[in-house]
Design a protein around this ligand. Sequence first.
Ligand code: AMP
Length: 424
Amino acid sequence: MTASRVLVVNSGSSSVKYRLLEMTDGSRLASGIVERIGERQSRLLHFPAGAESSDPASGGERRERVEEFADHGAALRAVAEELAADGAGLDDPRLAAIGHRVVHGGRTFTGPVLVDDSVLREIERLIPLAPLHNPANLTGIVTARALNPELPQVAVFDTTFHTTMPEYAARYAIDTATADEHRVRRYGFHGTSHAYVSRRTAELLGRDPSEVNVIVLHLGNGASASAVRAGRCVDTSMGLTPLEGLVMGTRSGDVDPAVVFHLVRVAGMSPDEVDELLNKRSGLVGLCGDNDMREIRRRVDEGDEAAALAFDIYIHRLKKYIGAYYAVLGTVDAVAFTAGVGENSAPVRSAALEGLEGLGLCVDDGRNEAPATGPSAKEPRIVSPDGARVAVAVVPTDEELEIAQQTYALVSETDPAADPAAGR
Ligand code: AMP
């Protein structure tokens, strides 16, 4: 039997998200989430095929379990039970591999890798660079491996797509010896999304990724921009950590580094307190108390000044990055908006490009504002006018599919049982 399925596992600090895919057509066979791991009332929500949360009309029964999942191991065992109840457990011969999202691959991992003991040790060595994420990612892999030691496990890193950045974009201008000793440099994140969206944008233009330059704007609760030349990332807005760059839901993005010293010396805050301030109480939420762009727009429309200023700061930063990456790339074929805000907020897209007509950038209001509903909401679309010098695109991201495709491509190279034609 051909093994043509991949299970994608995304282990967060207190949650595990998963999706089982059939790689011959990319279809979703099951998905779900375990939340509040480590609490007494953890919750597992499982969606078998046809029970998609966003579309209750699609049929199928979702299943819910509320009980204590003490750690990621217990959570993943419960996920395996739910999948087995659908006849698709981890010992299913149709399952080719599990693909794990791993946040930080440092400079070591320039592509997806088959997990072995040395890979696990390296992910562990990178924990100081991603103290909240890599430990959870690691536990997810170790647990999945224990559940079926024969099954290939593949690690797919958020940083990989950005490892092609030239040194002059990846380096901070600080003392080289100190930077090298402590691995201080710009790594970038959301890499699977930037990879997926830049490739899909090229497809949308009917061209090969090697022929186009794209600015990708991943605007979700976390947000990052990237400059992609001929399919390779040449710059991105997140740095050593996912704090740098754009204004985000709760993160500040760029600030003068001296803000930190000022808050430590003058305000008497500890480094941990400043860390918490910049990561959890800044960005849109810090500026106006809301981090949901829908709510912010509603308040702006009602004349709320704090929301209007938060929106303007968000847009100003975005515009600066669009301009910067335009200059980095020289010629730009497309600007692609993705993730929760990028895919859904027409006002953000039009405001970000307002006044940039001289660069060939603008939206067609009718196309930009046309509501994307039903299955077509997941299809990429052009929102710039016909004949525009630079295409403006809305390209829904799909990090799970990208992880599954990278995983499947890797195991197909090494496992003759997997069908190499599928999932490419
Ligand atoms: P993500 O991190 O990609 O899931 O994006 C989450 C964010 O997307 C939310 O915090 C909202 O700010 C934003 N969002 C989701 N739906 C909409 C919408 N219809 N209009 C504007 N923003 C939205």
